[in-house]
Design a protein around this ligand. Structure first.
Ligand SMILES: Cc1cc2nc3c(=O)[nH]c(=O)nc-3n(C[C@H](O)[C@H](O)[C@H](O)COP(=O)(O)OP(=O)(O)OC[C@H]3O[C@@H](n4cnc5c(N)ncnc54)[C@H](O)[C@@H]3O)c2cc1C
Length: 409
């Protein structure tokens, strides 16, 4: 490592995460390639002061025959970030980016677009090219890649930063568990297995969106300029369309159903969340969010008592807790009494059931509460047993009170 003052230091580390951006030195040092392509079209990006009559609250998208202009309101009256397609004259200037200034984008914003904006100043203006590339592997031995070091794509849909953060969220708890000796190293194999397909999908979706934004195809141009504005406006008026778009852009629909480190103990209907799904949001009867219960880092075991009645409440919490105590893994247990109807519904838990939620908020395991053995078998595959005779410490096992009132027994 070279420090800012020029001094050098050698660091020995058992594990490395290359989160060093698109030009990742870590990736290059590993000899991993960033496969894909660079788009022909270029863009400008500018932080400007401007006047217009459209207000300062909303994102404004201007879809034109020649491409698009996007106006993002920034803090401060009249301040916007503007992104738009490069014109021929700006394309010619792309290699001398430092010379690009307000006057270069003025004709595009003020005259060609017809949005009725007047630029009064700028903090910076630049041009950039867009790529659609990803590393052929996210891991080489003890070195991992995350974020732009692993995948880069068009900013259409604003997915880059979120995808990178989710990489980190996926990897961090796994690496911590392995480093602490709580998990078997094979848990780390699931990082690439889970995240590489997500990056591939993000690349495909942003590629489609981007291609639509810049296409020269007359039919698609018509779609962009005539139909797309109507569709986008629908997101505000229609809950269904808005919800669909929200699901894609917020990435809450990402799932790891095919992952090698999630397991299904069976016994659920079609609507119940599956192993590898993001733990569904749900409200407790007192109005608080389930996510507040899951906030503490570590695994969480939700023990539902079921809504059917008459079948008993499954394995007692104490017994489940005793079984979990055999592992070093921190797990917080939450008993969900029958009276918590909304939560039972959200999890399709008609019978007494168990859902193990991972630290990154995904369902690791689901199964009938009566079958603690299956849960144990799942844990044995991935996690390390400590000394079974040792009592659990408060630091490793926490049992929360039932989420609402005493359980009906
Ligand atoms: C115009 C544009 C608009 C975007 N809009 C959105 C959006 O709306 N939503 C969204 O989610 N994403 C957006 N993105 C993408 C987002 O900016 C990136 O995906 C995100 O910043 C990547 O984060 P990262 O930490 O992986 O890499 P980076 O942000 O590139 O960080 C890497 C860091 O590593 C450091 N580094 C690199 N090499 C070394 C080295 N050898 N030694 C020490 N340090 C090093 C760098 O200095 C840098 O600080 C946009 C991108 C662009 C270009």
């Amino acid at each position: 490592m070279r420090r800012p003052d020029g001094t050098r230091e050698t660091v020995e580390a058992a594990w490395v995460i290359g989160a060093d951006g698109a030009r990742s030195v870590v990736r290059e040092s590993l000899g991993l390639s960033l496969e894909g392509e660079t788009y022909d079209d270029g863009f400008f990006l500018a932080d400007v002061d401007m006047e217009w009559d459209k207000g300062h609250e909303d994102l404004y998208l201007d879809l034109t025959n020649d491409g698009f202009l996007a106006f993002f309101p920034m803090q401060g009256e009249g301040r916007f970030r503007v992104i738009g397609s490069l014109t021929q004259s700006l394309k010619a200037k792309h290699d001398r980016r430092e010379d690009v200034g307000l006057e270069d984008i003025r004709p595009i914003v003020e005259e060609e677009s017809g949005v009725g904006a007047r630029l009064t100043g700028s903090r910076w203006v630049t041009t950039y090219r867009i790529h659609r590339r990803m590393a052929n592997s996210f891991r080489e031995g003890r070195v991992f890649l995350a974020g732009d070091a692993a995948h880069i794509h068009s900013p259409a849909g604003g997915q880059g930063m979120n995808t990178g953060i989710a990489d980190g969220y996926n990897l961090a708890w796994k690496l911590a568990a392995v480093v602490k000796g709580d998990a078997k190293p094979r848990l780390l194999d699931s990082y690439e297995a889970e995240r590489l397909p997500v990056a591939r999908r993000v690349l495909a979706v942003t590629d489609r969106l981007f291609s639509l934004e810049v296409t020269d195809n007359p039919l698609l141009k018509r779609f962009r300029t005539v139909l797309m504005p109507g569709l986008l406006n629908l997101t505000e008026r229609s809950r269904a369309v808005g919800g669909l778009l929200f699901g894609i852009i917020s990435q809450v629909r990402v799932n790891y159903r095919g992952s090698p480190v999630v397991a299904d103990g069976g016994g659920f209907g079609r609507k119940a969340p599956r192993p590898g799904d993001r733990a569904p949001y749900g409200l407790l009867e007192d109005g608080t969010s389930l996510y507040d219960l899951l906030r503490r880092p570590g695994h969480h075991l939700l023990l539902f008592e079921g809504t059917r009645g008459g079948t008993g409440h499954g394995t007692a919490q104490k017994e489940v807790s005793a079984r979990l105590d055999r592992y070093g893994l921190p797990v917080e247990i939450h008993r969900i009494p029958t009276g918590e109807q909304k939560l039972h519904e959200a999890y399709g838990a008609r019978r007494p059931s168990a859902f193990l939620i991972r630290p990154d908020g995904y369902v690791a395991y689901r199964g009938p509460r009566s079958d603690a053995f299956r849960l144990e078998r799942y844990l044995d595959g991935l996690f390390v047993r400590g000394d079974a005779d040792l009592p659990a410490t408060a630091a490793t096992k926490r049992e929360s009170a039932p989420v609402a009132g005493p359980a009906r027994r």
